[in-house]
Write a protein of this length. Sequence first.
Lengths: 127, 425, 500
Amino acid sequence: MSYPEAYRYTKEHEWVHVDGDHATIGITDHAQHELGDIVFVDLPKSGSKVTKGHTFGSVESVKAVSDIYAPVSGEVVEPNPLLSKHPEKLNEDPHGEAWLIKVKLASPSEANDLLSAADYQKYIGAE
Amino acid sequence: MLAATGLESKEDLVSYLPADVRLKTPLDIPHGKSEYEIIEHFKQLGAANGDGYASFLGAGVYNHFRPVLVDTVVSRGEFLTSYTPYQAEISQGTLTSIFEFQTMICQLTGMEVANASMYDGSSAVPEAAMMAVRITGRDKILIARTVHPEYREVLKTYTQHQGFPVEELAYAKSGQLDIDDLRTKLNDQVAAVIIQTPNFFGILEHVPEISSLVRSKGALLIVAFTEAVALGLIEPPRDADIVVGELQSFAISPSYGGPYAGIIATRNQYIRQIPGRLAGETTDSNGNRAFCLTLATREQHIRREKATSNICTNQALLALMATVFMSLYGKEGLRELAEQNLAKAHYLASKLPLKFDAPFFNEFVVRTNGSSPDQINSSLLNRKIIGGLPLGRFYPELADCMLFCATEMNKRSDMDVVAAAFARF
Amino acid sequence: MIKKAIRHIVQAEPLLFEQSSPGKRGYQLPELDVPVVDAATVLGKGNVRDEIEDFPEVSEFEVLRHFTRLSTWNYAIDLGLYPLGSCTMKYNPRVNELVARTEGLAWAHPYQPERLAQGAMEVVAALEHALVQITGMDAVTLQPAAGAHGEFTGILMIRALLETRGSARKKILVPDSAHGTNPATAMMVGYTVENIKSNDRGMIDLGLLERVVNEDVAGLMITNPNTVGVFEENIKKICQILHDKGALVYMDGANMNALVGVARPGDFGIDVMHLNLHKTFSTPHGGGGPGSGAVAVAEVLTPFLPGPRLKRQADQWAWNYDLPQSIGRVRAFYGNFGVLVRALAYIMAHGGNGLRQATLDALLNANYLRTLLEPYYQIAYNAPSMHECVFSDDRQAKEGVRTGDIAKRLIDYGFHPYTVSFPLIVRGALMIEPTETESKRELDLFADAMISIAKEVEENPELVLKAPHSTRTSRVDEVTAARKPIVRWQPPARVSQAAD
């Protein structure tokens, strides 16, 4: 699966797509692959705050739970409603349909210091 | 085997233990005994326990008949000597029976999901309270004084160091929860209100009324029960958010306080906050129906310090006893059993001075006008009858009262003896 | 070659609810000797329920057949070796079952007058005494219902003691090799958890420990022998490091089967520990309980034990409720008494010498298996094994076969798998605990099976990956179970309604 150039990535395997003062956040294809079959996604409610570097939710497989860390700070506009009924979508389309949350950014420049698609792929190749 | 392992003597197996930790002297425990001696020993202990008394004790532990099949089933080595069913392919017997257990608990309580069991009714109470704290994000717990006193003590032990304030709710003259006291103490810091029905005095609480009050403040209602037989007849606490209880009444012998089987049941929406094990239905790779433990990510072996509870081993075999019991009695039998309990208790109650006037199931509080619970009980013991529980230990204001219970196991003739003892004083 | 098992017919069996038909009953109540009362009249109409919807209606014989058929779908220690590491699946002597059903004990009500409960109280006293001897500690409570419940009780006592010294402190140290119950327990007592990394021998790193122990640390939860089956040889020093900073040491006694009669935690510096009576002392697991998590404490913690406590008064046993420093009750009544009876019977049958002999036999069995399996599987750490041995699937993983697959293939050979993927510090762990009650013949069969599977991994990994092949139920789809949880039966009509 390709890693979109327009996204920025973290070493904790999240991606963020900034669009003006809003952003969409998800986990990478690499992350979903490592987790295996995803059975549940726990996401924050609209209106809650997320802080860069802090956990805002978790993704579960049958025998593991992984925290998800916010790549940027902001206020949750919408958790992805698709995932509560269809967690398997996160295995199928992690960079597209199965985004996790949309946020209104506290500071749009926060994403600048994250990894580019090329750097992230280099990072996971070496990991 | 020693040689294969490269050792000369069994002592070599522990020779690498640091010398200063090795035990130098034999354990001070007498020489091993034969089967015969062991059986004799426990027979003597049983006899020293006052065998052969009729009893009117209830108070969380009830004297009900245990159908013979219960022990037949739980004595099967495949149930008795298997471990927790982590390997689903060779544990379908246990898993299927847990699934049936969970289903029956839901049917009985009016809830949507129940777990595979808790240690007992008392420890299920704080587990439910912690669940409510997680769900509501609040931390205060209100608990009725009509909840079993030892259950309240357990709640206090669990909450005291986690910083959850616990406040007790008074009872009214009727023996039910004092709704006005609840109204006064209920506010938007309260995570849960805990009541019991039938309550410790045997009396039914007004669950729907309490529920709407609790809900109006955004708190959860936790309803406990100690006498599961009541659920054969009384309206289940459908308006509760969490139901916890004790299944000792369902073919689990009193056994001086344990082991019993606790339950926790709730609504579907809170399924991921429930503690302990859950069995779920699925299919195997051939498409056949199969069961497995599920939603295990809630539990300690995966989520460790973030788990919903530290509970691991539960009470599986006791839950199986209860399942066999519920299967044998079934839809009609459980009701008929409850009706017999109701009839017996109301017969005895009709001959004794009652403290409270609200509707009760198979337990009730009696005043000892002019005498004392100890006097009454002493005179009954002379007739080989264990009387009611003196309440002063738990409720100083009820020092002249005692709690009587009558079940299908109590004979009319013994009840008449009790009535006569009261009449004498 | 598969020697221990052959296939045979297994009965199919629907759920009880699916066999139900109206009016069937499996009970007969005695004739009522008092007047019938009308429920709606005495309870009020609103308090009386309609029928219990969908509750089963079956005959007595159907119930017996149902549960007998279900039972044949289970593996059990009665059928063969059950080598779950850390679980101590040993033979459960049947005399224990018999004596637990002794009329005067099984039907004793917890509130019956103390003078009519002397036999039951004697059981509690005798078992407390024996466990004090075995652990070398100063007192024992039998109240906790299971191991995790015992941990909770123990850590709560540590907290209570530290509070009397001025501060409960903040955190509990837990080695990364610990059971999950340890960190979960610390949280329930209001502590944060600091995980400490094991050294390259799977043991506590003394240097690291010295660096992290400070005045914020309330205690360390240690398992000894640890979950790799290795005795923490520096245990005295470890306890010293904690004690020097005013912290306490909790020992998870899950592995006590390696120590009974050989070494006593009270002698090597432990302050508080639990025992799993359903492991070390042979009470049956029952498919997941009941257990009993007796807790033993050093003298400094005795005032904080949960109440009530037994006391001797005028030549009789009595319950003492006057315990001003007690942490309070952790459950109603006095503990899982029926389990206590069984454990006491086990101790009586063995005696002091027999208990030590059992320990040595458990160590021998584990080391024997280790010797047979080491040429085929990678031992996790080279340190000497006690009652269990832990391997890693490193060699098999190269062929794409993991510990979980080998475990499933063992089922085809007629064995229950070992503990899979635990402890977490071993990659692809196979944790094997045979216990002392297995014969050489059974151990050899097991070793043959493991060796045969190791060969299959090299020659025909697919065979292992798709196992088990011979069970009634093939590999179970746990993913769908977790994605779309179905945790209760519903009549078909209601299920289709819900789907609409």
